[in-house]
Design a binder for this molecule. Structure first.
Ligand SMILES: Cc1ncc(COP(=O)(O)O)c(C=O)c1O
Length: 366
């Protein structure tokens, strides 16, 4: 906006920043049966068991919950074979992304990250006022580990890698992950965002945590209950860190008053019910196959995602197609500017969402 005067009461990196709100529901969408295929949500509701746990936890909402998740943490630590004091919690893993950058990067210090990466990271860079090296992705959209490593310099404090990455849905191979872990210098924090971890494992991906455990230098990996556990609305994510020192630094930024009083109970119930996650992951793979095949049948070449979303070059500006889809009640999203401006991204839904998407995209693109 041109008429905003120069302000002095907030730091310069926060002045005139655009507000990115992908969760906005438009007025014409309220109360309508909208196909929500833009936020990489799980289309299935939490299981009955999880809903019951939430209802029971609601009785204690007059109290502050223990933000260290004292019952859930040992369960996860045991299953992942990691010390309990190397896990901490965020109001969604989104909150942890910022905390990780804040504890490691001072203004004007360097972050190395892929150019094509989840849009929220642009906000994280602004918050810490970092000098970011945006590393070109390979031409297929995948992360170029060699270029990431070459971009690291003596000012670099944080290396960010998302696997599987959003918006491509592509994951690093075991060899690439090992290279990244071994060759990122020992004085640089290596941050792996694994929001789509369960999808990667379902697709036969590498055990990133196991590789990280062998890294000499510091590392953190974030995961979430939002996707494969159908709990985006409960806002619970976690970070596993190479040391308790990092855990406590993150807690300093995020505080332990950051979680809601139902999150831990919901997550325990979900963690104890892996068959429901498996159901979600199996159904997701089926819908993804239908979407990929449907786009191929129309002559397009979608990226071979392992996640709950698919991106595709539709050979014309994606923003126009996204608008037309939204007018038809189907929410999908763009991928980015530059060489990706012709790419759409859609999240997997129920079979009826897939059908509605394929019918509409056919009509629009033809
Ligand atoms: C790569 C990536 N990281 C993190 C998140 C945030 O997940 P949450 O804050 O729900 O844990 C998302 C959400 O879409 C994502 O795509």
């Amino acid at each position: 906006m041109n008429n905003i005067k120069k302000t002095t009461h907030i730091r310069s990196n926060f002045q005139n920043v655009p507000f990115w709100n992908p969760t906005k529901i438009f007025d014409h969408e309220i109360g309508k049966n909208i196909h929500r295929m833009d936020l990489n949500e799980c289309p299935y509701p939490p299981s009955e068991r999880v809903v019951k746990a939430i209802q029971e936890a609601a009785r204690d909402l007059n109290r502050y919950p223990d933000g260290t998740c004292p019952s859930l943490t040992p369960m996860i630590a045991k299953d992942l074979n990691i010390p309990e004091d190397t896990i901490t919690w965020g109001g969604g893993s989104t909150q942890l992304l910022t905390a990780i950058a804040e504890i490691s990067v001072a203004p004007n210090q360097n972050i190395v990250a892929p150019k094509l990466v989840w849009k929220r990271f642009q906000g994280v860079y602004k918050i810490v006022d970092a000098n970011v090296t945006h590393v070109e992705n390979n031409s297929d959209g995948s992360i170029n580990v060699g270029s990431m490593l070459s971009a690291i310099n003596s000012d670099t404090k944080l290396v960010i890698c998302v696997t599987p990455n959003n918006p491509t849905g592509l994951m690093l191979s075991e060899t690439e992950m090992k290279k990244l872990c071994e060759e990122t210098p020992d004085d640089v924090l290596l941050f792996i965002d694994e929001a789509y971890y369960e999808f990667a494992i379902h697709a036969g991906g590498p055990d990133v945590l196991k590789i990280l455990k062998n890294r000499r230098g510091p590392w953190v990996v974030t995961r979430t209950f939002s996707k494969a556990y159908a709990l985006a609305g409960i806002r619970l994510g976690y970070v596993i860190c190479s040391s308790n020192e990092i855990v406590n630094a993150i807690r300093m930024v995020s505080s332990t008053f950051n979680l809601n009083g139902m999150a831990e109970a919901a997550a325990i119930a979900a963690w104890e019910e892996p068959e429901y996650s498996k159901f979600i992951l199996d159904r997701n793979a089926e819908e993804r196959e239908k979407v990929v095949n449907g786009l191929k049948a129309l002559g397009y070449n979608p990226i071979e995602s392992v996640t709950n979303f698919v991106s595709c070059d539709i050979k014309r500006p994606a923003s126009e197609v996204v608008t037309k889809m939204r007018e038809r009640g189907i929410r999908i999203s763009t991928v980015g500017g530059g060489e990706f401006e012709n790419f759409i991204r859609l999240s997997m839904g129920l079979p009826e969402d897939t059908e509605a998407f394929l019918d509409a995209i056919k009509e629009i693109l033809e």
